[in-house]
Design a protein around this ligand. Structure first.
Ligand SMILES: *Cc1c(COP(=O)(O)O)cnc(C)c1O
Length: 379
């Protein structure tokens, strides 16, 4: 099989989605399955739908179009404010979008009338993370503005925390959102279909709160794909954290000195690499030939197994890569990953399997050099 490749275990994605859907259903919360980290993968989307998510969401209209072109007919939500330059595509493919600009809602209205459809609008409320959203004081005016426009229908309100500044969606923030929903309904004399409370960072709150109030939807991506909540990146009980793995191939394996020799300046990425990284010393091998290169002060250098893997920053974010137990990532340039593998040397041509965090998944998914292999599909 080709390398590097992402192995996406659909059975594990399914398992995670199903567990979250069931858990949240108990508190009256529906799940929107967010596909953006997979660039709108139809395989992943289908698995989420089979596991019971109510609808799908993605931040890019291109990804939503990809899902539509693959024949997926479920409700879809664009979870980033549409660009005014894309409103025709948005009303054509997405049923609902999250909105935080009146100018954009105006353009959606024009585009929906032109197309002869109704586009759903969810108004985002800024609750303090300082990314998207109307200030609470402006939400009623935004709702009235939306209600006055043809072609768009006000579906509800939402919030997004923990993305820009890590502000936590706790009881206080979610109570604030519930209160805004209740007050808005009273002043408008209508009920809101959706109160979408947040993302995977809201799961700690769901697990600890006495009541979820008016929140009846969460938009979940990372927790489904990686099995963790996102405030502390703790694994969620019963979920799989290995649904996505990156497999790469060894291209050099040798016993080499564990420290560089020669005068040192910047590396390829403008960094000065510390020569005294503790795990380098800990992993140093036992062989120490007397005729080896001489390090600073005339001492002979320690030797150890160093492995080069054909994987680089063009493929994945090195900080988000988790090497197998006992291995350490020593560094990564554009195309080479250098690993220490303890006492073992690995055969050239053998494969190594890495875990990934969200940033690493994103980068790997967008790299043209990384293949995607889908395993364990339900059908
Ligand atoms: C990415 C995103 C989500 C999903 O976040 P996860 O942490 O992957 O669950 C939800 N809502 C918005 C607005 C987003 O941008």
């Amino acid at each position: 099989m080709s390398a590097p490749r992402l192995e996406i275990h659909l059975d594990r994605v399914h398992h995670n989605a199903r567990a979250l859907v069931r858990q949240l259903a108990a508190t009256g919360i529906s799940v929107t399955g967010i596909t953006k980290a997979t660039l709108g993968s139809p395989e992943v989307a289908r698995e989420m739908l089979m596991a019971g998510v109510g609808d799908l969401g993605d931040s890019r209209i291109e990804n939503i179009e990809r899902l539509r072109n693959a024949g997926i007919t479920s409700k879809m939500m664009l979870i980033r404010s549409p660009m005014t330059s894309q409103v025709d595509r948005v009303v054509a493919s997405a049923d609902v979008s999250l909105n935080s600009s009146l100018e954009v809602i105006d353009c959606l209205s024009v585009a929906a009338v032109r197309r002869g459809c109704i586009h759903g609008v969810v108004l985002m409320v800024e609750l303090g993370d300082l990314r998207e959203g109307f200030l609470a004081a402006d939400i009623e005016a935004a709702a009235r503005h939306t209600l006055d426009l043809p072609g768009v229908a006000l579906r509800g309100i939402g919030a997004n925390l923990a993305c820009q500044n890590g502000v936590m969606p706790d009881d206080q923030k979610m109570a604030e959102l519930s209160l805004i929903a209740t007050e808005l309904e009273a002043s408008l004399g209508m009920s809101l279909e959706v109160v979408t409370g947040g993302n995977s960072a809201n799961l700690d709150w769901v697990n600890s709160t006495e009541g979820t109030g008016r929140v009846n939807n969460l938009r979940l991506g990372e927790s489904i794909l990686l099995g963790c909540e996102t405030l502390h990146r703790r694994p969620l009980a019963g979920l799989r954290t290995d649904a996505i793995e990156l497999v790469a191939e060894v291209i050099e394996s040798a016993i080499k000195p564990m420290q560089p020799w020669g005068d040192v300046a910047q590396n390829a990425f403008g960094e000065f690499v510390s020569q005294q990284t503790p795990h380098l010393r800990a992993d140093a091998g036992s062989s120490r030939p007397d005729d080896g290169p001489v390090g600073p002060g005339g001492s002979h250098l320690e030797f150890g197994a160093r492995t080069i893997v054909a994987l680089g920053r063009q493929d994945v974010d090195p900080d988000g890569l988790m090497a197998p137990a006992g291995y350490h990532v020593l560094g990564m340039s554009s195309d080479h990953l250098v690993l220490s593998t303890g006492p073992q040397t690995l055969a050239v041509g053998s494969e190594i399997r890495f875990g990934l965090d969200y940033g690493a998944v994103l980068r790997a998914m967008t790299s043209p050099f990384v293949d995607q292999v889908f395993l364990g599909a339900s059908v």
